[in-house]
Design a protein around this ligand. Sequence first.
Ligand SMILES: C[S@@+](CC[C@H](N)C(=O)[O-])C[C@H]1O[C@@H](n2cnc3c(N)ncnc32)[C@H](O)[C@@H]1O
Length: 207
Amino acid sequence: MIRTFSSRAGRLSATNKHYLNLNSSCVLSQDYKLKENSKEILLDIGFGDGISLSEDIEKYKDILFIGIEPYKKGFARMVEFYEKNHPNNLLLYNGCAKDFIKSLECKVKYIRIHFPDPWPKKKHAKRRLINLNFFNLITNILKPEGLMQIVTDSYIYQEHIQEVIVQQKFFEIISNYPIGYAVSTFHKKGLEKKHNIKEYNLKLSRN
Ligand SMILES: C[S@@+](CC[C@H](N)C(=O)[O-])C[C@H]1O[C@@H](n2cnc3c(N)ncnc32)[C@H](O)[C@@H]1O
């Protein structure tokens, strides 16, 4: 399978290593079977350093957020946040979202992908997470009328996403997504560079 993320681990501090090795109750293993939950589930794919995720879980306590991130340093920081605050609406998976989705046995109401790695060079375009195969994959785990939000400041990725949206037949574009979000690290970078930030809000209409 083509990897959509770089192998950067970031220099792990002793604190990062401590939280990675902790066996925290918020961490989902590869073979974890998610039980039915009274809360609607939101998958936050590629939460990075978790700055926005940690604010959003405080604001939307009736949503169960599952943060998915292969980047170990960001993941460790989010485990640390969990251990210090014990929110009851956060679970974390350290790995690739495609693997997680393939083994997920329940349906989710929301997916969000904020500032996915744009892989702007043409020769790397196949490493972009968002493509027709990915759209097909998520139709298996979204509830009927489930919602997906993609946000990016990359003009090249915006053009790419627009092409994928035109090609696919499962989602319709909607104007509003009911779950807001705090400004993330990559969102802030985009604002500082005065990039045009675009949101794609999609509703599953057929699968
Ligand atoms: C540009 S960063 C954005 C991070 C954060 N969402 C933000 O807005 O600051 C993209 C993140 O997506 C993660 N990522 C890339 N491929 C992924 C995949 N297949 N599954 C989950 N996360 C992935 C990367 O590790 C990286 O942390």
